[in-house]
Structure formats: structure tokens, C-alpha cells
Design a protein around this ligand. Sequence first.
Ligand code: KG4
Ligand code: ZN
Length: 335
Amino acid sequence: MNVLGIETSCDETGVALYSTERGLLAHTLYSQIAVHREYGGVVPELASRDHVRKTLPLVQEVLDCAKLTAKDIDAVAYTAGPGLVGALMVGATISRSLALGWGVPALGVHHMEGHLLAPMLEEDRPEFPFVALLVSGGHTQLVRVDGIGEYQILGESLDDAAGEAFDKAAKMLGLPYPGGPQIARIAEDGDPKRFNFPRPMINRPGLDFSFSGLKTHTLTTVRALEAEAPLTDQDKSDIARAFEEAVVSTLVIKCRRALEQENLHRLVMAGGVSANRNLRKQLAETLGKQGSEVFYPAPQFCTDNGAMIAYAGAQRLAAGQVDGTEVQVRPRWPM
Ligand code: KG4
Ligand code: ZN
């Protein structure tokens, strides 16, 4: 079965083709970062308009790349939420129209389920059960995964998501959107000993997160330095380093705790922040010491993409879960 996957929940238009027999056949992505950068964040109306322009040409591109035609497609999967309502509506409407025209089923996929299953696109894929750390611009969650559709939230952020915290800290340092990769880049030149930022919630039991205090601490540090003189590049790098260290060690501590609590030895990490090299390194080191394995998607499938939606849709289709014909999206949608 060949499933077309369409992702339009935020600022990337992702389209891919997944075959249940042959794996990923083609994928393509158009990022709107350049459109939103001058506004310092995603402008929902501009995002919707750009998805309208880009989605169909990208569908044609993946069909051509896989040397398939519409007749070869068995289902269309799309992101039905959570995300920006207008952006979701574009993907849902195009997907449902294609499915209706082609006479095949359409499936609305949960965006975070897509992220969670993205490591399954790799050759070295985890077996169930495992714990997943989902870290994106909108979510920070630890989830116990016993199978497709069998998800139990173990902990989540009580305020900002990890990616959102990265983006806000970057803004304070005058770095462009999206801030995560920018912080990571300048943190490489930072002095790890100059600042020690708090590790939020690590002394409390449980698996929830909170990143807003860290955000405030970053702002206070920036303001204190700026009161003396404008920030130098070294100041920015040192702050970025301390910030990244605090987020990374908080995430690592909670992951270790989640595996211990669930008595599991496999951790899957997904979502945009899982592209962070420092996080990958420290997780692998810490969990490796306790005999656990860490699985990640390939870097291009850490951030939003169509492949994860095509894959999740294929699993849902195989399980016989086809939706009705109405176009329904859920901007807020608990997993
Ligand atoms: O999963 P994603 O592409 O979109 C959402 O579903 O939100 O995640 C985007 C988030 C942004 O907040 C971005 O700053 C962050 O992931 N991000 C990173 C890195 N690459 C992307 N954060 C830290 N380090 C990175 N290397
Ligand atoms: Zn995402």
C-alpha cells in the first residue's frame, strides 16, 4: 500500500510517500522560515497562504520522484492537529479533495503521533514498549508507548515547551527565528563555567517539566549584563551555553527517571529539539551507562516533515482506522 502524507500544521509544508512494502519512497519539504523570520515568529495567516501555494506542487514532486501516478496511491494521510487552525485546514482540505477525487480513504493524523513514530522510518528501529521524549516548539512530553495508538502520558511541561523556551531565549539574545539551532550554534563557543542556570523541577518527584523560570532567569542575566554594557558575542555564547546545558540536563534527568519508573530500557526522542547535538550526546552517555538504548529519527525527520505523517497514516490504515469524509481539524488535541 502506498500512502501519501501531508504535513501543514505550522511553518513547513512536508509531503512524502510511504509504501508498507518498500518503505519511504520519496519526501520533500518546503520551509517557510524566510517568510516568518522578519516577524520574529510564525504569522498564521502567512503560513496558511504559503501552504496553499506549495502543497499541490510538492505532491506532484513526490509522485514524479517515486515514478508513481495518482492511480498508485492507496490513501492520503494529513496532519489533523494540533497546530495552527488555518494551516491545518489547508492540508486537510487538499488531502480530502485528493482522496475524494482518487477514490481512496483519507486519514487525519495527530502531529505528535507522527513525531513519536518518526524513528520507525530508520533501519535501526525500536521495538515496543518504549518511552518517548517528545520535544518540539509546542510540546514537551514523556510518553509510554506500548504499540501504535497505545500511548500513556507520563509527564509534560506545565508551561513553555522546550523548543518554545529555546526560541524565546534566542530572541532575548537578538538571534533570528527559529532560535533552537541558533542557540546551539553559538553555545559551542560558550564558556560552560561562566554561568550556572537553574535546572527546573529536578528536585521535585514526578516527570513534569517547567521552563518558564529558566526563561526568566535568562532574561534577568541578559538585563544585568546589559546594564553594564551592550552584550558581546562572547556574552551571548556564554548565556546560550548555560541555557542549553540547563535544558539538556533537565531533559536527561527526567528521561532517566521515566525509564526507571517504567522499568524500560528503550528511549525514543523526537520533535525539533531532538535535533540538538548536545542533547543527543548527553542522553546517549547517561542512558548508555544504565544499559538503555536511545533511538532518534534522522535529522531531517526530527523537525516537521511529511514522512512521519505518511508513516503514521500507513499504520492507521493497516489497523483499519479510516475517517469519514468531513474536513475536521483540531488545533488543540491531547494525544
Ligand atoms: O517539531 P518542530 O519542527 O515543530 C513543532 O512541532 O513545534 O520543532 C520546532 C522547534 C523550534 O522551537 C526550534 O527552535 C527547535 O524545535 N529546534 C531546536 C533545534 N532545532 C530545532 N532546539 C534546540 N536545538 C536544535 N538544534
Ligand atoms: Zn512538530
